[in-house]
Design a protein around this ligand. Structure first.
Ligand SMILES: [Zn+2]
Length: 471
């Protein structure tokens, strides 16, 4: 009886379902501001995700969750009865596809799952699809993905990853410790059965273990990425890895006296002095490109380890629980302290240079937030990546492509997602202002369309105020 009443209420709220719309619970529907079957976004500037120049004064028509039409505003007319939004002064980009995301939040060794805050902050920030890069609570993540897919709770589409795949000697209490290639095969097979689609190797694994894991993963249709140190980028590429996380900072290839299968004591000491333009680095990049290994940029989280420039935002504090806030503020005071983890200005510049070189060589560069207790939050950090990619020398359309279509390419969904083109799913971000001329405008997200339903960004953010670190 109760169930029947709810389903009646539900249908009363949203009407009959069209083919492209998913079911939405009353909770999810609370955050949806626009859900007419036909929505016209008129007079909007479009950065379409393909890397092509931006298009001023466009009109985009969404129908049944799909992008139906787009063109110059004076050439596209609104269908009768359509819901029309005049977006003069706004910019439209594809839904962001975040490629180094997590559903947990770690601070001072305390790890909580962002079951509520994570999905809402991602969506509020314009992130409509995520790939997690290692998970600590894999069943929570898998169930969360299923709940979002079922419309039970608002959030981005999730490509889930299995628990981190570590070698012996990693202080990873929540990861998997692989001692032999057989371990790798068994663990990968298990998580494939459970529904994970990505794996991440982290830290000290041997090439033999990685090779077995990659082979088993590919056999089961999964993909593999890595935050590496014991295995170099080129070695991992030769083993068939699909992607590499964090870019240059984790590439141990250029450390003098690098021992096979062993993580160097501190490759960051050397990285800042490596000449990215040198033939040896260029040849390495070329090798990655030829083997179709994607690279994930995570500049925004590393910037937060720089004492002289870590951004500080009230909205980050507002999202945190009281004790999380205290720990975060204390950690900021320690930035740059002797012995602490910090990223130098020179190294940061080198990371940017490497990413530019990789992309110019034809490599598929993607971006991700890597949420962490140092102030890196879902959605907000993804937006900051855009500003940093622009600072690194990418044009606005190139930076948007890195954050959208390139991610779709790596996930194998570029035929339906990642750019603003007729026939694709209507995943779109409405931004007040113009991030092409003022990169920081990317933070002014007002409405986020996921499969044609427009979510109210401010409402999502308000609903998780003070909750990061708790739920
Ligand atoms: Zn990470």
């Amino acid at each position: 009886m109760r169930a029947l009443r709810w389903s009646l209420l539900f249908f009363a709220a949203i009407g009959p379902l069209s083919a492209q719309q998913t079911r939405r619970s009353a909770l999810t529907q609370r955050f949806v501001a626009e859900d007419a079957p036909v929505i016209v976004l008129a007079h909007v500037k479009v950065i379409n995700g393909t890397g092509q120049a931006s298009l001023p004064d466009r009109t985009v028509i969404l129908r049944d969750g799909m992008i139906d039409q787009l063109g110059p505003a004076d050439k596209v007319s609104s269908p009768a009865g359509a819901r029309v939004l005049d977006l003069t002064g706004y910019t439209l980009i594809p839904g962001i596809i975040g490629m180094h995301q997590h559903t947990y939040f770690a601070i001072n060794g305390r790890i909580t799952q962002m079951t509520v805050t994570g999905p809402r902050l991602y969506l509020a920030g314009g992130v409509t699809t995520i790939r997690t890069a290692g998970s600590f609570f894999p069943y929570n993540e898998l169930n969360l993905k299923r709940a979002i897919d079922a419309g039970d709770t608002p959030g981005p589409r999730i490509f889930t990853s299995a628990p981190y795949l570590n070698g012996v000697g990693n202080p990873a209490y929540l990861g998997t410790v692989l001692k032999t290639p057989e371990d790798a095969r068994r663990v990968v097979a298990y998580w494939a059965e459970e529904g994970a689609t990505w794996l991440k190797f982290q830290g000290a694994v041997s090439r033999a273990i990685m090779a077995a894991g990659i082979e088993e993963a590919h056999h089961r249709g999964m993909k593999v990425t890595g935050h590496l140190c014991s295995v170099t980028f080129r070695e991992a590429a030769a083993l068939g890895i699909d992607a590499l996380e964090h870019g240059f900072i984790t590439n141990s290839e250029f450390v003098p006296d690098k021992k096979p299968d062993i993580c160097p004591a501190n490759n960051m000491l050397y990285q800042a002095d490596v000449d990215v333009e040198s033939p040896i680095v260029q040849a390495s990049i070329q090798d990655l490109v030829e083997k179709h290994v994607a690279l994930t940029s995570t500049l925004s989280v590393y910037e937060l380890f720089m004492a002289d420039r870590a951004p500080f935002q009230q909205r980050v504090l507002d999202a945190m629980s009281l004790d999380t806030r205290e720990m975060y503020l204390a950690s900021r005071k320690d930035l740059g302290a002797a012995g602490g983890y910090s990223v130098s200005t020179r190294l940061f510049a080198k990371m940017m240079q490497y990413e530019r070189a990789f992309a110019r060589a034809g490599g598929v560069l993607t971006a991700g937030v890597d949420p962490w207790g140092n102030g890196s939050l879902p959605g907000y950090g993804d937006q900051r990546n855009y500003e940093l990619l622009c600072e690194a020398g990418f044009t606005a359309p190139e930076a948007i492509r890195i954050m959208t279509l390139n991610g779709a390419t790596v996930l194998g969904i570029a035929d339906r997602y990642g750019s603003i083109e007729a026939g694709k799913v209507a995943d779109l971000v409405v931004i007040k202002g113009d991030p092409e001329t003022r990169p920081a405008d990317i933070e002014n997200v007002t409405l986020v369309f996921k499969a044609g339903a427009g979510y109210d960004s401010a409402k999502l953010i308000a609903s998780v105020k003070g909750l990061v670190g708790l739920q």
